[in-house]
Design a protein around this ligand. Structure first.
Ligand SMILES: Nc1ncnc2c1ncn2[C@@H]1O[C@H](COP(=O)(O)OP(=O)(O)OP(=O)(O)O)[C@@H](O)[C@H]1O
Ligand SMILES: [Mg+2]
Length: 233
């Protein structure tokens, strides 16, 4: 199976001397194309640290990250910035929407960052809002939407420039179980219908049920917990 992303021998040490923390200790992970991957593990096991490195928000002390075959750790800051804005969509626990903008404007912001030509903005934004099921909320500001609607708006913003990979850090943690399920279904459909891979962290077992792969992190290492073959069996 082809991978959208492969990371090899990743280590990350925060701080130095006797305050040094080894957050990642030789992580190997592969994210297959068009799959939904859930990373689980207790608090402090290194999930956020790993996602930040996979998305070029942070650099590891050792190791390589290959995105569609291209090594990204050794790129310049400028190239990494370009990579992030065009190839990745980020989704966060607390949504990260801009409060005084409407849902429409928040999604449009994703296009601005990615440098998508102006003449297709309107089509793209409408399509993304429609696709996550919040077209009717297009003119609503963030406080005029439910948590689930805000998170779906954040997903629309993350996919509007058609990235190859969504990285989502505990995207369902602040949602009740019904809204969390809606968000998981959006991610599932993204992997199937838009061929976008999703790698997300979660503590909640319901999210893991729709995942193609579940990886567990323990003390800075990753082990495969369940794959899609078991899923289908
Ligand atoms: N900026 C930092 N400086 C020093 N140590 C850090 C920093 N960020 C994280 N750590 C440490 O690195 C380890 C991994 O942290 P990380 O945030 O990746 O865990 P996590 O699995 O995402 O946890 P959670 O489930 O609580 O979000 C922890 O021991 C944490 O204390
Ligand atoms: Mg975390």
């Amino acid at each position: 199976m082809a991978n959208i992303l492969r990371a090899e021998n990743i280590s990350r040490i925060y701080g130095s001397g006797d305050r040094a923390v080894s957050a990642l200790r030789g992580v190997n992970i592969e994210i297959p194309k068009t799959s939904l991957v859930v990373l689980r593990g207790r608090s402090g096991s290194g999930k956020t640290t790993l996602l930040n490195i996979l998305g070029a928000l942070d650099r590891p002390n050792t190791g390589e990250v290959l995105f569609d075959g291209r090594e990204i750790v050794s790129l310049s800051e400028r190239e990494r910035d370009e990579f992030r804005r065009t190839k990745i969509g980020f989704v966060f626990q607390s949504f990260g929407l801009i409060p005084y903008l409407s849902a429409y404007e928040n999604v449009e912001f994703g296009l601005r960052l990615a440098g998508v030509p102006l003449d297709i903005w309107k089509t793209r934004v409408s399509e993304a809002l429609d696709w996550v099921g919040i077209s009717k909320r297009a003119s609503h500001r963030t406080h005029e939407m439910s948590g689930g609607e805000q998170q779906r708006c954040a997903i629309a913003r993350a996919i509007v420039h058609r990235p190859a990979l969504i990285l989502a850090d505990e995207p369902t943690a602040e949602l009740d179980s019904k809204m969390a399920r809606q968000v998981m279904m959006v991610f599932h459909r993204l992997s199937r219908e838009w061929q976008i891979s999703v790698a997300m962290t979660s503590h909640d077992t319901a999210s893991m049920e729709v995942a193609d792969y579940v990886f567990a992190m323990e003390s800075g290492k990753v082990v495969v917990e369940r794959t899609s073959s078991e899923f289908l069996a």
